[in-house]
Design a protein around this ligand. Structure first.
Ligand SMILES: [Cu+2]
Length: 112
């Protein structure tokens, strides 16, 4: 019984190790980038990402905000104070985005 438990742990550890090695070998596994929305600004004026990466926007203001792509490729919807939303960048290019509640709030993303 003890041996059986040990061997299944070994298989699990090996599978985990293999998965980690595969992640490390492929240099293009997705990263998550964080953008804070605070004092009526997006914290990163131009964010550089890779295709497949995610971006998590968090609103720290009392006012509601959105992060809405001008070309419609992503939209967090309205975020109240303390709320976050994550979007995935699926194509290469330059994306301008703004806050739909306060259109003068703008920033950009460059995806390669
Ligand atoms: Cu706003």
């Amino acid at each position: 019984m003890f041996n059986k438990i040990r061997s299944s742990r070994f298989i699990l550890a090996s599978a985990l190790g293999l998965a980690l090695a595969m992640l490390a070998a492929g240099q293009s596994y997705a990263a998550d980038h964080l953008v804070d929305i605070q004092s009526m600004k997006f914290s990163v004026p131009t964010l550089e990402v890779a295709v497949g990466d995610t971006i998590t926007f968090t609103n720290h203001d009392a006012a509601p905000h959105t992060a809405t792509a001008r070309d419609g490729s992503f939209d967090t919807g309205r975020l109240a104070k303390g709320e976050s939303a994550t979007v995935t960048i699926t194509t290469a290019g330059t994306f301008d985005y703004f806050c739909a509640v306060h259109p003068s709030m703008k920033a950009g993303i460059t995806a390669q």
